[in-house]
Design a protein around this ligand. Structure first.
Ligand SMILES: CC(=O)N[C@H]1[C@@H](OP(=O)(O)O)O[C@H](CO)[C@@H](O)[C@@H]1O
Ligand SMILES: [Mg+2]
Length: 550
């Protein structure tokens, strides 16, 4: 279509009116709020996805309907750009504008203005691939979204119920099909074949470890892990738990990667499922985060988070590159956020360059692209490894001169296949961890002892207005409210190995306080002291002051 079919857009838009009084925002994780308020947003996302594809000459855009680790009644939607990466940030603003037009007529006005200013050639084709997680609100939201595709004349491909990282994989595979950068076969089957084949090559000839227990968070990771399980069973036995995707209220409830990271506890449902020393891991509700753990002989819970994964994986890659004879020819780096445990940063910085960036996957991903091999992980378990075009060329054309070099090179090439380079992927990362553990003959215990986590505490502070909080230096310093950082510094310096920072959350209406210290009671005390300071200094009501604040 060369012009907008105004009548058709009007007719369909009237079926998806915007609820009054709600202001939507395309944030760090796309649109995310109560599922039953999102109907109009999904319709309009259908239109914006179509326009984005037209703007990019018909390249396929991805759309994922999920609210990840959030409670079951929540839902959300995010767009994926053609190489499988997050939506370009200027379009996040356009998406927000679209979502907030109050009436159909307002929306038509905004749409028309946008097509003109963004110079979108409406005669171009539009292609969109989309998927959803297992949330009960998903099917109705997808149907509103499909009305949006129809309104703008976009061709849709429904990838059904699948994980966020598989959707990212599909987008990149579709757009690179038949080119020299072909990423993989553009189907779920193609994804599982790519991962499992690379995994089998990487662990060939190594001892089969004890079974790995996977907490699937009662979400979409359950069916995905079940498919993977069948393909890798000769090398790795997966025991799937929390797979009730149709039990109302079960999703992410006292289970999943976010529960483990936040509560720093074993999900109660796994209590009798894990033997001492056995490895377990938790996925989140859309299977893009991964947390490992084990219980020791004394019954104590040990968490192996995103920082521990980064340490394990980065050290392994550095070693392989060295053994392959490529030391000094590929620059390898790690990207973290301020939430990374100080002990992990120290461990990593002794081995390779480490960069700290603001919270949010897109910041980590972009920073990791600056290395030949960039490893990034958020402490919460979201992360991956990126191989730049230069490193891919080098690895595939390099001629090793010894059998040891040749073996290491083959491992690196297989790792490029195993790792989902579009986005953090719990299942791909899990296989990656299992490869390293198998190569190093590590159990969870040896892995855990690479370094000892500094005790830390994360506290939420509800403030009147979190927009007054402004940060700099990768969110480690407050510049506003004025004077507050100085007071924080004064408190922090009284604690041995103390570190603390304060930043406004990008996904919740709270300010987050992080603190660590060399002793557990001090880490807690420091966190609650800073939380109290923030609360008092920004007009918190003394009558509502949480009692643990100091
Ligand atoms: C401390 C923390 O875990 N923050 C999370 C959380 O961001 P906030 O901006 O802190 O709300 O959600 C983001 C999106 O999932 C994730 O990238 C990030 O790591
Ligand atoms: Mg997630």
């Amino acid at each position: 279509m060369a012009t907008i079919d105004v009548e058709e857009v009007r007719r369909l838009s009237d079926l998806h009116p915007k609820p009054a009084l709600i202001r939507f925002q395309y944030g760090t994780a796309g649109f995310r709020t109560l599922g039953n308020t999102l109907d109009s947003v999904l319709f309009r996302v259908g239109i914006i996805a179509g326009l984005r594809s037209k703007k990019l000459d018909g390249k396929t855009i991805g759309v994922m309907v999920t609210a990840s680790h959030n409670p079951e009644p929540d839902n959300g939607v995010k767009l994926v750009d053609p190489r499988g990466e997050m939506l370009e940030s200027s379009w996040e603003t356009h998406a927000t504008t679209f979502s907030n037009a109050a009436t159909t007529e307002d929306f038509l006005f905004v749409l028309d203005a946008f097509v003109k200013t963004a110079k979108i050639d409406l005669s171009k084709p539009a292609r969109v691939v989309y998927a959803r997680d297992t949330r009960p609100s998903g099917p109705a939201l997808v149907s509103a979204f499909e009305d949006g595709l129809k309104a703008i004349g976009a061709e849709g491909r429904d990838a059904g119920v699948t994980t966020t990282p598989i959707l990212h994989y599909l987008v990149r595979s579709i757009n690179t099909k038949g080119t020299k950068d072909a990423y993989g076969e553009d189907s779920e089957q193609g994804y599982f074949a790519k991962l499992s084949e690379a995994f089998k090559k990487l662990v060939a000839g190594r001892a089969t470890p004890p079974p790995l227990v996977i907490d699937c968070a009662n979400g979409v990771g359950a069916p995905a892990a079940a498919k993977l399980s069948g393909l890798v069973k000769e090398n790795l036995l997966l025991v799937l738990e929390n797979t009730s995707t149709t039990t109302p209220g079960a999703l992410n409830n006292s289970c999943g990667a976010d529960y483990v990271k936040t509560a720093q506890k074993l999900p109660p449902s796994l209590a009798s499922k894990l033997n001492a020393g056995q490895r377990g891991c938790s996925l989140d509700g859309d299977a893009d985060r991964l947390m490992y753990f084990y219980i020791d002989e004394g019954g104590k819970f040990h968490m192996l988070d995103g920082d521990k994964i980064a340490a394990l994986v980065a050290a392994f890659i550095v070693e392989l590159v060295k053994t392959a004879g490529l030391e000094g020819q590929l620059n390898i780096g790690v990207v973290q956020t301020a939430y990374a445990n100080g002990a992990s940063t120290k461990y990593l910085a002794e081995r390779l360059p480490v960069k700290c960036v603001p919270t949010g996957v897109k910041h980590l991903h972009h920073a990791a692209e600056h290395y030949d091999i960039g490893v990034y992980f958020e402490a919460n378990g979201h992360g991956t490894v990126l191989f730049s075009p230069t490193s891919q060329d080098k690895l595939t054309t390099y001629e090793p001169s010894t059998p040891a070099q040749s073996t290491a090179l083959t491992h690196l090439i297989n790792l490029m296949q195993l790792i989902n380079q579009t986005v953090g992927d719990a299942l791909s990362d899990m296989l990656l961890v299992e490869v390293v553990l198998a190569h190093k003959s590590y159990s969870g215990v040896e892995w855990d002892s690479l370094y000892a986590d500094l005790p830390n505490r994360l506290v939420k502070v509800v403030v009147a207005d979190r927009t007054i909080f402004k940060t700099q230096d990768a969110e480690r310093q407050l510049v506003s409210p004025p004077g507050l950082q100085k007071k924080i510094d004064e408190i922090v310096q009284r604690y041995d190995g103390g570190r603390s920072f304060v930043r406004p959350s990008g996904t919740e209406d709270v300010v987050r306080v992080y603190a660590e210290s060399i002793f557990r009671p001090q880490a807690d005390e420091l966190a609650f002291r800073i939380a109290g300071l923030v609360y008092d200094e920004t007009g918190g009501d003394p009558a509502q002051r949480p009692k643990e604040f100091m």
